[in-house]
Design a protein around this ligand. Structure first.
Ligand code: 0X9
Ligand code: ZN
Length: 549
């Protein structure tokens, strides 16, 4: 029999206050987006105020509501996430206690041991609830349920509004411009910054319509940061947010995102042209501009670009011809103190440093490598999914790309990375169609990178020094076999060895021959291993290239 989950009341004690007939709602598993909370009316005033409050929520928001309310005892409520937020925002006359969002765990207990299953156990007292997390909170918790599924654009925009209103002392929501189809491009700003010497980082997602997880990740980061800022205290994130402000534009391409709901492999924006078909399953032709080819740095260069308006990598008519890229450009140009940036995409599990269009040595190459390698490690260590770092056009991880956002950001002096989220390759899981169960882990590992980027922005010198030491000191995890820009400390050293051997005395010749043979065998083995690595890297790069764009 399914557990009927009702708003429960204890009948143990003295005062039972009859309420107006409020229905008892039944819910069934799966218990998604639900929270268990409680109220303890301490006075008759509370007890008279509460019924109306609850009734309001019940009728308007389908809150589970009691038939009776017990004075001095805990009265349990099951609320949906929006109800919880609405209740919180309504500043109820008595405080509620947040207990758990894991209703499956709560209701999987045997009825007799289940303090919340009171229909069949009316004698249980409120003290039995101590087995469930009962930290009183004044700040709304992170809504992890939200990240268990992909949402429509409308819901994502609602979520941004909810983050801004629920944490209004720490978060502001603005529109930085409009898309082709006049949708606002939303930006959330979290934390404060000293106006004389501002330090900011910028996160964005979803330049490419079909890369859905790349919208969830920046929203998760914004919510997580908002919770940390609101909770304050001495947490690492709260301290960082006292110094560094974070700006999040989760969906650069809202029109494309919406369109990908019906045309799942859509990549570009929704600029129209009469020249192309309205279809675009992978590989076919459709209108629109590839926003990540529409930036001014090496605009129209040879890195996977096209002048064909129907191509998936069409560059548009001129740099920033698209309202979406122009809006972000203008916003970035008027925002002082930007230190670092991540442009989230999927897929490949890659951290890519600038430049994207050339192998020429960029300025601050060592800095890019230290931060990039650290982000790679942070993301890998968070959940165990392996991320790889590389920079340059021919980094063996991804194809060259011209006119990209990260290259333009870097040209403005902002350390900038493309992060290709999960999955790692099309064969592992089907590319852009990431299973929903992997959204949250992807968000969580990305949060590790965001935290690291905040730490970098807080004190670049300290960050670089400590990570330089860590990367040089680590034998395997910190380094990256596939990164051509990291000096290969395992390069075979045969030429020096040979010179050395030539110089030794004749008496040592026999010994020298043995040494040479040992070195030669070792050298041969290393070369074989290296060849195998290169082969692996290039086959994964060509897989990737074949899949996107
Ligand atoms: O092609 C792109 O714009 C990005 N890849 S995606 O599959 N998400 O479309 C890569 C851009 C950065 N490229 C390099 N750093 N090479
Ligand atoms: Zn992309």
């Amino acid at each position: 029999m399914p557990w009927p989950c009702v708003l429960l009341l204890f009948v143990v004690s003295s005062t039972i206050l009859p309420l107006q007939a409020v229905r008892v709602c039944h819910i069934r598993p799966p218990y998604r987006n639900l929270h268990l909370i409680s109220f303890t009316p301490k006075t008759h005033r509370h007890a008279t105020l509460l019924p109306n409050l609850l009734k309001k929520f019940c009728s308007e928001l389908h809150l589970l509501a009691p038939e009776r309310l017990t004075l001095h005892l805990e009265n349990f409520l099951i609320v949906t996430h929006p109800q919880l937020h609405a209740l919180h925002n309504s500043k109820p006359p008595i405080s509620f206690r947040y207990i758990s969002s894991n209703l499956t765990a709560v209701f999987s207990r045997a009825p007799k041991q289940n303090p919340y299953y009171l229909r069949s156990s009316p004698s249980l007292s409120s003290s039995t609830s101590s087995s469930v997390r009962s930290t009183p909170r004044s700040v709304l918790p992170l809504d992890t349920q939200f990240y268990h599924q992909f949402h429509t654009y409308h819901i994502l925009a609602e979520k941004c509004r909810a983050i801004a209103s629920n944490y209004s002392s720490h978060v502001t929501l603005t529109s930085i411009g409009k898309s082709h189809q006049s949708r606002p491009i939303l930006a959330l700003t979290i934390g404060k910054t000293d106006s004389k010497n501002p330090r900011r980082i910028f996160l964005n997602g979803l330049q490419h319509a079909r890369e859905w997880v790349a919208a969830a990740v920046p929203i998760y980061a914004a919510e997580q940061l908002a919770v940390a800022a609101a909770e304050g205290g001495n947490s690492n994130l709260a301290n960082l947010l006292n110094v560094v402000q974070v700006i999040v534009v989760p969906v650069v391409n809202p029109d494309g995102y919406i369109y990908s709901g019906t045309n799942r492999d859509w990549r570009k924006n929704r600029a129209s042209t009469s020249k192309c078909n309205e279809k675009n399953s992978l590989g076919s032709q459709g209108p629109g501009v590839d926003l990540n080819r529409n930036w001014a740095t090496d605009y129209g260069g040879s890195g996977s670009t096209s002048l064909d308006p129907c191509s998936d990598v069409y560059i548009g008519t001129s740099p920033f011809s698209e309202p979406e890229t122009a809006a972000v450009r203008d916003f970035v140009l008027r925002t002082k103190g930007l230190k670092a940036h991540i442009d989230f995409h999927s897929y490949g599990q890659l951290v890519l440093g600038t430049w994207s269009f050339t192998d020429d040595q960029p300025p601050r190459a060592e800095e890019i490598d230290i931060v990039g390698t650290t982000l790679q490690d942070d993301m890998t260590n968070a959940e165990g999914a392996k991320y790889r770092f590389g920079r340059g056009a021919n980094n063996k991880l991804m194809y060259p790309a011209s006119g990209t956002m990260v290259d333009w950001m870097f040209a403005q002096g902002v350390l900038s990375f493309t992060v290709e989220l999960r999955p790692s390759s099309p064969s592992e899981i089907v590319g852009f169609r990431l299973p929903e169960s992997l959204i949250l882990p992807t968000c969580e590992e990305s949060m590790a990178a965001v935290t690291s980027l905040l730490t970098y922005a807080e004190n670049q010198t300290l960050y670089l020094e400590s990570n330089r030491f860590r990367i040089e000191g680590s034998s395997s995890n910190g380094g990256n076999d596939n990164n051509p820009n990291t000096p290969d400390r395992n390069q075979p050293s045969a030429p020096q060895d040979t010179l050395f051997i030539v110089g030794i005395s004749l008496g040592g010749a026999v010994l020298a021959i043995i040494v040479v043979m040992i070195i030669a065998v070792g050298f041969q083995r290393r070369m074989k291993k290296r060849a195998a690595n290169v082969e692996n890297a290039s086959s994964s790069a060509s897989d990737r290239h074949a899949a996107a764009p």
